[in-house]
Design a protein around this ligand. Structure first.
Ligand code: AHM
Ligand code: MG
Length: 338
């Protein structure tokens, strides 16, 4: 029977064309894929396996952890620690760098991940996802420290996300465009269903948490006001608005039909000494890599996110990403006097 290209086949073939590829990177991606399948299964079973609700603990950012946050983190580690591809890992759910246990061999890659992004959606059965970013471990490092993870987004070797929605999808870039795979539950394999995903340069759809409107800075307020003014306003067209509160689902929508996603820095965050809501190393950078590879843009407002030099493991940054012409317009609003 005819079946599509599996993700394993796809990655192997892509790597076969890469000069000097040893197969290690392919094997690492396979372990990540297995982790996403396990998390998908757990998310899918939800209350049936007692996986919903709070775990009664807080992560390093002071956010309440859900049982599924912790379970997903454990599954991701289990699938990726044993095979000898990684030198260390870092996650939204762990304060410090996770060292590979001494009984396992160490490899040349680092990984950062958010095991289950969009936690506020878990208990209400709305889409959530896993985000990951693969970096090279600097040479000669025995025990990777935080500084070894502080690499600009442009240094990423690969980035991807799994979306646990009506179907489970995995979207991946290794720097040669963006490809989407759908999990066929019957055979347990991700099949290439969305080759070469691209983001239209123009859009009439934006996503932002409008409850923060009174705290926004002038350029963001100007952009949203102009969108809301519709046909009668300066944009001379009507805009649609969405807010899922799951970055993975928002980015996936943008990869599918275009749009802009914004979680800007605002005065409330600044008062608390925060640089934004989303985390640079395991949310903003991997999503920026995917969006740029699909032809879109990703900025803080003033700067390209992937050019930022990270300063700490859990650093937060403002994020504005999506259709290129809109992102450029918003950047223009931030750099001119308004
Ligand atoms: P999380 O990693 O704790 O789940 O937070 C990240 C999520 C993003 O997926 C989403 O875009 C944002 O937080 C939603 O925030 P809000 O609840 O403020 O709208
Ligand atoms: Mg997150």
């Amino acid at each position: 029977m005819e079946h599509g290209t599996t993700i394993t086949q796809f990655i192997s073939e892509e790597q076969r064309h890469a000069s000097g590829a040893t197969g290690e990177f392919t094997a690492l991606l396979n372990d990540i894929v297995t982790a996403c399948k396990m998390i998908s299964n757990q998310v899918n079973h939800g209350a049936l396996v007692g996986a919903l609700g709070s775990a009664g603990s807080e992560n390093v950012q002071g956010e309440t952890q859900k049982k599924l946050d912790i379970l997903s983190n454990e599954m991701f580690i289990q699938c990726n620690e044993w095979a000898g591809h990684l030198a260390a890992m870092a996650s939204e759910e762990m304060d410090d760098v996770y060292q590979i246990p001494s009984e396992y061999p160490r490899g040349k890659y680092l990984i950062t991940f958010d095991p289950l992004d969009g936690s506020s959606n878990i208990d209400v059965n709305v889409s959530v996802g896993t985000i990951f970013s693969v970096l090279r471990c600097p040479g000669g490092i025995e025990r990777p420290a935080v500084r070894d993870f502080l690499q600009a987004g442009t240094q990423q070797v690969a980035a991807g996300y799994a979306l646990y929605g009506p179907s489970t999808m995995l979207v991946l870039t290794t720097g040669k465009g963006v490809n989407g795979f759908t999990l066929d539950q019957n055979i347990g394999e991700f099949i290439l269903t969305h080759p070469n995903m691209t983001i239209p340069a123009d859009t009439q759809e934006f996503a932002i948490n409008a409850s923060n409107m009174r705290f926004w800075e002038a350029p963001v307020k100007r952009y949203v006001d102009e969108c809301l003014a519709g046909k009668e306003g300066p944009r001379e067209k009507d805009f649609n608005m969405r807010w899922i509160a799951s970055m993975v689902a928002e980015v996936h929508r943008i990869l599918t039909r275009g749009g802009v996603f914004m979680y800007p820095v605002d005065s409330k965050m600044k008062d608390k000494g925060l640089g934004g809501k989303l985390r640079l190393l395991y949310e903003a950078n991997p999503m920026s890599y995917i969006v740029e590879q699909a032809g879109g843009g990703s900025i803080t407002g003033t700067h390209r996110i992937m050019d930022l030099q990270p300063e700490s493991l859990h650093q937060r940054v403002p994020v504005i990403l999506g259709s290129r012409n809109e992102v450029e317009r918003i950047q223009g609003y931030h750099t001119e006097d308004v």
